[in-house]
Design a protein around this ligand. Structure first.
Ligand code: TPP
Ligand code: MG
Length: 657
């Protein structure tokens, strides 16, 4: 007897309800409801090869409704990926096991990104779809794949979905297909309690193609996906489903959303679905049918490999270099030369301008950078000469105007990075990292090299006032694991921080840059990347230092002025520039002690929250900073008002000596 598509879908349902029951936690409703849609997608449309999960031209599958993780684990197991195994599925949600509560990037190939924060999978999928077009514009023969997304009601309610939908429609991302699990259920109950949007009209208003189908009618789903693939706009397929389909009593209710069905309901479901098999057992014929579906892509992937192998050696080497996240060999020397030039002829630009100058060196060499800004290009200074602009009709360029969509930008950047060949950087005002924050957190969690160019970094921006003046942002971002926060003090350090950010393959970086001009502090050449060490002595003491002042960014200048005054009074003082806490903390204890010394008084100065500086200056140290909101006034008045001055620094140090 031949296996039916229904039986194949029921294999997903059974694995999902059994794994959640065994873990005694998890979300059976979504995978049971979407099992039919997923079966059609994976047996008839998805282009993938479980024996070569990294195949660059594979279709990407993003489970934006990440709580339904058992859907993707079931699909990967059934279609024949090495991981997860059935044993892994039995260990769903256990310590050190790949089948984590929500899908986690790198836990198993086939999981293209970490999902769970609703809406963000959808927003990041836009980045995957843009990356596909970029690659297509560069090597047309080698990039021609779809990005499929499963999104729930929650994903569509999240604000970031609007930013993403709007940008995707504008860029005419025709190879993006979103399958919406239109089950009318969320956790608190029916969606009618909270939302009355006409979703199809919402998407249509943003230039999407939309279709509505019965998500349990596999022929209709198949036809809809076919139609979506052939439309040159991004497509939304509203799949009307029953959450927990197969559970005869709990199905259709939020009871199936996030809790085990219970033994009685599982037994009833086995009856309802005509699935008499014991837990975790998939009959051979059904498993074989799934494995055959998984093997569909083998020939296509082999044909792709033939095309790739036929490329010239230089093109192949460059492609592989990008995928390995290696940088072009000549970058380091170019930055060294640029630093020598700066030292030979010192300049005093704002560090945002210094970042632009560094990018003029970097972008012609590192041709995989994709720049952009959330409508602040002229302020963030992210656009360099040689970057063409990316538009709906031309993806040959390297600069994306993100519009005023900070969260969407950061999520999209993650998609560009995850796709494999690109290094995204994007700018906004530093104060609006708050808008990007959840996506920065995913960059860090997924170890993605996304570079955030955050300008207007303090009260130094002046008259725009407290809404635009970051205070707590440095401290709050330093608290986030696996993020480099770089706050360079001049053009030399800015170039060094850019290089360090690019070299860190598994860590996102935030470049925190000034609006106002800064005197060049680095006046002696050093070919080493001192900023990459996080902190170093930028101005030595005349003898054994009685005072160590640690400063970052715009306050290094003030620290050096204070040093001159203290030295003039006979107090040996050194200044440590510390552009990155994270990098400094990663150095050896000997290096750290050497830099900080053993003075009578430690002092820190930074135009932001003093929170955390006691780590370096101790509880009795001097901490100059700002622990309240800023104000609207010229920058120099603000520095005086908040006491971020040489005078205050010197007098507090003297009081502590
Ligand atoms: C940003 C965010 N907010 C809240 C949650 C918690 N949460 C997980 S699932 C869910 C409800 C989602 O409803 P829906 O997308 O319709 O999923 P379904 O119940 O249909 O499976 C919520 C609120 C989350 N994961 N992410
Ligand atoms: Mg729902």
């Amino acid at each position: 007897m031949t296996v039916t598509a229904n039986e194949m879908a029921n294999a997903i349902r059974a694995l999902s309800m059994d794994a959640v029951q065994q873990a005694n936690s998890g979300h059976p409703g979504m995978p049971m409801g979407m099992a039919d849609v997923a079966t059609v997608l994976f047996t008839k449309h998805m282009k993938f090869d479980p024996s070569w999960p990294e195949w660059p031209d594979r279709d990407r599958f993003i489970l934006s409704a990440g709580h339904g993780s058992m859907l993707i684990y079931s699909l990967l197991y059934l279609t024949g990926y090495d991981n997860p195994t059935i044993e892994d599925i039995k260990n769903f949600r256990q310590l050190h096991q790949p089948c984590a509560g929500h899908p986690e990037y790198e836990e198993a190939p086939g999981i293209e990104m970490t999902t769970g924060p609703l809406g963000q999978g959808l927003a990041t999928s836009i980045g995957f779809a843009v990356a596909e077009r970029l690659s297509n514009a560069r090597l047309a023969d080698l990039s021609d794949h779809y990005t499929y997304v499963v999104a729930g009601d929650g994903c569509l309610m999240e604000g970031v979905s609007q930013e993403a939908i709007s940008q995707a429609g504008h860029l005419k991302l025709g190879k993006l297909v979103v399958l919406w699990d239109d089950n009318e259920i969320c956790i608190d109950g029916k969606t009618e309690m909270t939302v009355s949007d006409n979703q199809l009209m919402r998407f249509e208003a943003s230039n999407w193609h939309t279709i509505a189908v019965d998500g349990h009618d596999m022929d209709a789903v198949n036809a809809a996906i076919e139609e979506a693939k052939n439309d040159d706009r991004p497509s939304l397929i509203a799949c009307k489903t029953t959450i927990g389909y197969g559970a005869p009593n709990k199905g259709g209710t939020s009871a199936t959303h996030g809790a085990p069905l219970g033994h009685d309901e599982i037994a009833a479901s086995r009856g309802f679905l005509n699935w008499p098999h014991e837990a975790f057992f998939i009959p051979d014929d059904i498993l074989s049918a799934w494995r055959a579906a998984g093997a569909r892509g083998k020939e296509t992937s082999a044909a792709w490999k033939v095309k790739f192998d036929a490329l010239d050696d230089a093109t192949k080497a460059d492609f592989n270099r990008r995928l390995n996240k290696d940088l072009p060999a000549d970058l380091t020397d170019a930055i060294k030369q640029y630093k020598r030039d700066l030292v030979a002829e010192p300049v005093g630009p704002a560090t945002r301008k210094a970042s632009h100058m560094a990018l003029e060196v970097i972008n012609p060499i590192v041709t995989e950078t994709i720049g952009g800004s959330a409508d602040l290009t002229g302020s963030n200074l992210t656009l360099t000469k040689d970057l063409g602009v990316i538009t709906a009709n031309d993806f040959a360029g390297r600069y994306l105007y993100y519009g005023v969509r900070e969260f969407g930008m950061a999520a999209l950047m993650n998609g560009l990075a995850l796709h494999g060949e690109y290094i995204p950087y994007g700018g906004t005002f530093f104060v609006f990292t708050d808008y990007c924050r959840s996506a920065i957190r995913l960059s860090a969690l997924m170890k993605q090299r996304a570079i955030y160019v955050m300008t207007h970094d303090s009260i130094g921006l002046g008259e725009d006032g407290p809404t635009h003046q970051p205070i707590e942002h440095l401290a709050s971002l330093r608290a986030m694991p696996n993020v480099n926060v770089f706050r360079p003090c001049d053009a030399v350090e800015t170039a060094e921080c850019w290089l360090a950010a690019l070299e860190d393959k598994e860590t996102p970086s935030i470049l925190v840059l000034t609006r106002q001009g800064l005197k060049q502090a680095r006046l002696e050449n050093n070919d080493d990347n001192l900023s990459a060490k996080g902190g170093y002595v930028i101005s030595k003491a005349s003898s054994d230092a009685a005072v160590t002042i640690i400063a970052t960014g715009s306050e290094v200048e003030i620290a050096i002025e204070a040093q001159a005054e203290l030295e003039a009074m006979g107090t040996a003082t050194k200044v440590v520039s510390m552009p990155s806490w994270e990098k400094f903390d990663a150095q050896s204890p000997t290096y750290q002690e050497d830099v900080l010394g053993n003075p009578q008084v430690f002092a820190s100065i930074e135009a932001g929250s003093t929170f955390g500086w006691e780590k370096y200056v101790g509880r009795d140290g001097v901490k100059i900073g700002i622990d309240e909101f800023g104000a609207s006034a010229p920058a120099s008045d603000l520095y005086n008002h908040f006491g971020v001055t040489k005078e205050n620094l010197v007098s507090q140090i003297k009081a502590n000596l």
